[in-house]
Write a protein that binds this ligand. Sequence first.
Ligand code: PEP
Ligand code: MG
Length: 747
Amino acid sequence: MPETMETASRRLLGRLRDVMAADAAGQTRLDRIVGLIAGSMGAEVCSIYLFRDADTLELCATEGLAAEAVHKTRMRLGEGLVGRVARTRQVINTADAPAERGFRYMPETGEERYSSFCGIPIQRLGDVMGVLVVQFRDARRLTADEIYALEVVAMVLAEMTELGAFTSDDGAIMARHQQPVLFRGATGQEGAAGGHVFLHEPRVVVTNPIAEDPQAELVRLQAAIDTLRVSVDEMLERSVSTAPDQVQVLEAYRMFANSKSWLRRMEEDIRGGLSAEAAVEKEQSLARSRLVEAGDAYLRDRLHDLDDLSNRLLRILTGQGSDTGADLPDNPVLVARNIGPGELLDYGRRLKGVVLEEGSVGSHAAIIARAWAIPLVIHARNITTEALNGDPILVDGDQGVVHLRPDETVKSAFADKLAMQTRAQERYASIRELPAETQCGRRIGLHMNAGLMADLPSLPSSGAEGVGLFRTELQFLIRNQMPKRAELSALYARVMDAAGGKRVAFRTLDIGSDKVLTYMKPQDEPNPAMGWRAIRVGLEKPGVLRMQLQALIRAANGRALTVMFPFIAQMEEFRAARAEFDKAMERERILGHPLPAKVEVGAMLETPSLAFAPDLFFQEVDFLSIGGNDLKQFFFAADRENERVRKRYDTLNLSFLTLIEQIARRCDAAGTPLSFCGEDAGRPIEAVCFAALGVRMLSMRPASIGPVKHLLRRVNLDDLRDVIEAARQRGDQSVRGAVSDWLRGQT
Ligand code: PEP
Ligand code: MG
């Protein structure tokens, strides 16, 4: 190229803008663009391939290859050089294409005459939309400047594709974001729901990728960077006093905001003809594609920082705030990369379903979705780039599948599924008033888990006998400041009123791990799940625990009160917590407040160590509740939030069942009531196995009570115990196979 890189690219972009401005159909625009690029590069061939569906690329326009091949030549992701560019998001620049790994000759295009090949990914924010290719007859590699110019053009093509600029009326090129897309993720919570997408963080849309006046764009970029720096400085200043542990992280963040090379690259892009926002996006796209490759955790964190800063910068430049003011659509289905329990609670119960790109089954956000009885699909890769606010969406939590913009066939099959679900619920309603009495005459207490006032109406409708676990931290998570004692006491009193005399086991504050209170000093711990959490915080900084115990005693106002402490790992911790409770009772007595008529103080068994506590512990505690979610993760040393390892270990693994059985035996010997309140209690096969091993009370999400009761009423626990014993004798790893077979044989 005789001109400078920037002038050449700007000239090309200027012409591209004219093509865009002309009133023409999508295909015509594409045809003109390939002609224009080929002409300005002196290339014999320029072609644009766009995705037909998630794995197929289609030749959509060409200058130089056979015209008949347009909309005919297709290749799968990874296939041939074009497919490889799309899969790896890397440029291929070769003087001898046939010698290149993966080369595939496509006879219908007549490309055999061209020796050199340069393919550039058309990508936007790490999302590949197609491939731009130039080919020459001579054996030559493109210069770095030429590649730069093509990358800038590819960036603009990506923005134009996103905006639907190439859509054709005859459907030859489909508009992006209009086609149906199927996502295969994993089950976070069973159930099915249909509704409309609501994006937790809507994307910023860049409508002006090409700029006429680079000087003006440079000024805009500088002004936006200044604003960004001020806001990062302010964040840093605030955290020096409120969250000193975050300072180091924010320092790194500030370093990026001040990075000269970041700014310089964006300035180059602007001089090359891009608008300020398109320049930010180009750098962000680059960082995202590096993020996919990056194995090093430190590098990934820094690239995440850059991604976050770019988002902020884009919001400043476009004026599109993170809160775009979009109203929740009818039947909203929340779509997000990931979400914490506090943020999810902010949406309230209006949501019909949740779909996450990341997420995990054991997270507290999943537990909330479960409590709300809404389907949750996790690991739906790329859904936040595909979905638009308001898009129709069907969530199949049973299969872990999501249909975005479903077609009519899928819609009607889904409607059948929903109807079946309703019929099943009706069947369960018919046994609501009947006890969970097994064929061998044992009664199992079925209770529900709750944490919000809004959960309480489920108490009568589900047929639960009480609340076996009230997660008090949810009340703390939905606020942005520490609740006052009087507020808490009023709330707990309302919960007891709503329970109408049924037992409610209030678990004291269980924060830490993934339950982070924004208004409490964050802890920088290497492994928060095994760190400073739950009762450990309560005993070391007892202020909040004392306030909460006082609020509970006052709320009871003479009624029976049940309190349990989370995450007790050894007897002394229980004794210390109980002593706090006794002190709170004494204080209330002295103050002249009425004391509860009856008090039960229990512990949650969530660490293997407690199962081996002295007999005295089992005698002292008023009741025990197995927190299977945590117990399982520590028993198998498999993080409940890490999908990769979590799934390796079955709850019905005999080692785990043996632990449960031993706990049940020890409780029996001490005459101490035992319940199980982890998520597995709500899974029918797990529930009957726990009952067969001696657990007489199960606490679960309200929607599980029907299915669990239905199965319990069908089984003889003595026979089931024999099935488990036989599996143990055989040396089975898990009893799931044996128990499922046996259940199928039952009438
Ligand atoms: C558990 O660990 O099983 C439990 C019920 O507590 P959480 O899920 O709230 O940690
Ligand atoms: Mg727990």
